[in-house]
Design a protein around this ligand. Structure first.
Ligand code: BGC
Length: 743
């Protein structure tokens, strides 16, 4: 049993196990959602009855410290074993103070900042009684049709792995027994980001070599960083759903990677194996346990069927004890047995949640995540005078600003763009506002994408009336800011799409605004890469704001007015159209690569008749109000020894008119391999601040470890031979030097 090799709580855990009945053991493996619990009436709820009977190991989706304290009391005072409960929640991008959606956060490329967001989320969540978050999500995704691309860190293995580490560190800190750190949970293990056709919950089918070299690595990075729990994904891997996949949850996760925390299923993951078609409820429940799932989220398959499986000899007491032991160990790890109420200080929320200080930090983080996609003739930053027309269905809406998976956020407290602009612009700006359009022409579609209280009330006026009102204020303005794009619920779980464009009604509004001849700035709200080809062609300035979180409006205004110079860089490729998907920078060459740099069509080469291979915006792309020049790329040596290293240096100059931050990116290409290798792979980055006119020398160190990959036998090693190093401002980086890894 993996936990027993180095588990400091083993003796304690074993002594508890000896006292427990089989039913109580199965209870520890049960994780229901909080259901009908309400403060003051918790004692009479169904869940409360189950807790009393020892049938619950933890609860999730329960909010407020008062409620949690009440429920913990039931476990401590009324259940026979008096084992404290875990309280979980999807604390995904902040708690009440909400940061940008994870895809946006990743665009900051700032690991310190990201770690601090997780730390602050832990501070707030633990102040409210939560001790376990279902984050980070490290699913690599190359398919923007999949709505959950918004919840991850984009398409890259290396960047995704660094972010996974930063998040785990942020949530768990150095001391899990502290009352302001919490258990993290890396999800969705594994490959959940690669469903066929981008449709959520769909089948995944992937070669082992791709899994090992690409998709598995960020989960592994979280495990190496000490993540306390892992969530199994909904999808199948090699034909077996993750929840019941022993190769995945035991052979790989525990035996190869040395994970010794606990595995929780995803929501009804066990029950869903019935629909996957691999057995009835009793069978799939037994299969989940034997595969290495320890805690059953919502299905109650462990609770209701494992006794029968035990009686029939299909699972052993040792199998059950192993899972229970892991849950009890986690409870020891965070100190719940010493003090079950350690996260239940009712004085904390008022002092620690949604504080002015936290919100100020969130404002800064949101601004760091924004990506300037286009800025013709330096239209941005805006001056703080004149008349601005702010137009669009997302211009004056608070509840969509936090984006998807923001369960703890008080949505109505987020700052809409209109309010943010007013605050930041000051008194010399005249601000006019019109909604301009609804979210979509189709009312039914609009309802589907504004669920969970995130509505943008439909305007009763006709489309042309709305447009006319917008035109009237546009005519009176010096510049138009169009706040358009997706609603919060257009991405996230179960929000896949087959059309990557801005909804047509908003495109039509934009066209109308452009016809005025006034300068138009598009502030784009999105949870996924969009195919904004028309907008890129016709709109002079585009700022991608993602869903910026609770301080949205202020942060966007900070960037629009130049109080913050944008420095975000895309972490997922923006395609030209949905037909290019999946599209990503670190692809293979194929045996028939295009022979021309311009990307023109060539017969019998790997390309399309109707669109070039190049994306609209590449991975790593993002502009600044200033400009950066790269030069003088040098290597300390053109040969690398096994135990040696090479120093890569490059000079970066701020050649424009503003101080600014730049993400200097280093990519490596393995020129010849025993298996085909990607055209380039990110292997390093640094975010630096350069004053106007300043030049800095930036250096990176490359060692053999950076060149390693899994070969055909799934052996992790580097192969001697030629390597190319590219450094630049995005994944099209062209400055290049070569070296040899010696035999
Ligand atoms: C999602 C998970 C989430 C869980 C609990 C599931 O539907 O896939 O990401 O953590 O619900 O809310």
């Amino acid at each position: 049993m993996a936990q027993e090799t180095n588990n400091p709580y083993k003796t304690k855990v074993d002594s508890i196990l000896k006292l427990m009945t089989l039913e109580e053991k199965l209870g520890q493996l049960n994780l229901p959602s909080s259901g009908d619990i309400t403060t003051g009436a918790s004692q009479s709820s169904n869940v409360a009855k189950n807790i009393e009977d020892g049938k619950v190991g933890g609860l999730f989706n329960i909010k407020t410290v008062a409620k949690i304290k009440e429920v913990q009391k039931i476990a401590m005072e009324k259940s026979r074993m008096k084992i404290p409960l875990l309280f979980g929640m999807d604390v995904i991008h902040g708690y009440e103070t909400t940061f940008p959606i994870p895809l946006g956060l990743s665009a900051s490329w700032d690991m310190e900042l990201i770690e601090k967001t997780a730390q602050m989320a832990a501070q707030e969540a633990t102040a409210d009684g939560i001790n376990w978050t279902f984050s980070p999500m490290t699913d690599i995704s190359r398919d923007p049709r999949w709505g959950r691309v918004s919840e991850g860190s984009g398409e890259d293995v290396y960047l995704g792995s660094r972010i996974a580490e930063a998040m785990v560190k942020g949530y768990q800190g150095d001391d899990l027994t502290a009352n302001n750190t919490m258990l993290a949970c890396v999800k969705h293990f594994a490959l959940y980001g690669a469903p066929e056709a981008g449709r959520d919950y769909n089948t995944v089918d992937m070669s082992k070599i791709r899994m090992y070299n690409e998709y598995l690595q960020p989960y592994r990075a979280a495990v190496d960083a000490g993540v306390a729990s892992v969530m199994a994904s909904f999808n199948e891997i090699d034909g077996v759903p993750a929840t019941g996949n022993k190769w995945l949850l035991t052979d790989l996760l525990r035996d190869d990677w040395g994970f010794n925390g606990f595995v929780v299923t995803d929501y009804t993951g066990i029950e869903e194996m019935i629909y996957h078609g691999i057995g009835d409820f009793q069978e799939v429940s037994a299969r989940a346990l034997l595969a290495g799932s320890d805690m059953d989220m919502v299905s109650e398959g462990f609770l209701t069927t494992l006794k029968a499986s035990y009686d029939e000899g299909k699972v052993s007491m040792a199998d059950i004890d192993q899972a229970v032991g892991r849950i009890l160990t986690a409870k020891y790890q965070i100190g719940l047995f010493d003090d079950p109420y350690k996260y239940c200080d009712v004085e904390r929320p008022a002092k620690e949640i949604f504080t002015a200080e936290n919100r100020a930090f969130a404002r800064k983080v949101s601004a760091e995540s924004m990506v300037l996609l286009k800025n013709e003739s330096n239209l941005l930053p805006l001056k703080k005078n004149g008349t601005i027309a702010l137009i669009g269905p997302l211009a004056n809406n608070a509840v969509n600003m936090a984006g998807t998976w923001s369960v703890a956020t008080k949505q109505e407290k987020s700052i809409p763009l209109l309010e943010g602009l007013k605050t930041v612009a000051g008194k010399n700006v005249k601000l006019l506002y019109a909604k301009g359009s609804n979210v979509d022409y189709d009312l039914e579609y609009e309802k589907r994408v504004t669920m969970f209280g995130k509505d943008i009330p439909r305007d009763g006026r006709s489309d042309s009336q709305l447009r006319e009102e917008a035109l009237a204020i546009a005519e009176k303005s010096d510049v138009i800011v169009a706040a358009l794009g997706e609603t919060a619920e257009l991405s996230g779980e179960s929000s896949s799409v087959t059309n990557l464009q801005i909804p047509q009604v908003q495109k039509d509004l934009l066209k109308t605004l452009l016809k005025t001849g006034k300068p138009v700035i598009l502030v784009l709200f999105t949870g996924r890469p969009l195919a904004i080809v028309d907008e890129n062609e016709n709109v002079p300035a585009i700022l991608n704001a993602w869903f910026p979180g609770s301080e949205a409006g202020l942060a966007i205004a900070d960037v629009l007015f130049g109080d913050v110079n944008p420095s975000g860089k895309l972490t997922a490729t923006f395609p030209m159209n949905v037909g290019q998907v999946p599209i990503f920078y670190n692809h293979k060459t194929t045996g028939r690569p295009l022979g021309n740099k311009e990307g023109q069509f060539q017969k019998f080469k790997s390309n399309y008749l109707d669109v070039r291979n190049e994306p609209l915006y590449p991975f790593g792309y993002g502009l600044s109000y200033t400009t950066f020049k790269y030069g003088n790329l040098t290597l300390s040596s053109n040969e690398l020894d096994h135990n040696g290293s090479i120093k890569v240096s490059v000079e970066v100059t701020n050649s424009g008119d503003y101080d600014g931050k730049e993400v200097v990116q280093l990519y490596i290409r393995d020129v010849v391999g025993s298996v085909t290798r990607p055209v380039k792979e990110l292997k390093g980055f640094q975010k630096i601040l350069l004053k106007k006119g300043e030049t800095k020398s930036v250096s990176f160190t490359i060692s053999e470890d950076d060149l390693k990959f899994y070969n055909n036998a799934l052996k992790f090693m580097a192969e001697p031979g030629a390597f190319q190093v590219f450094v630049g401002t995005d994944s099209n980086a062209e400055l290049m030097q070569e070296f040899q890894l010696k035999k």
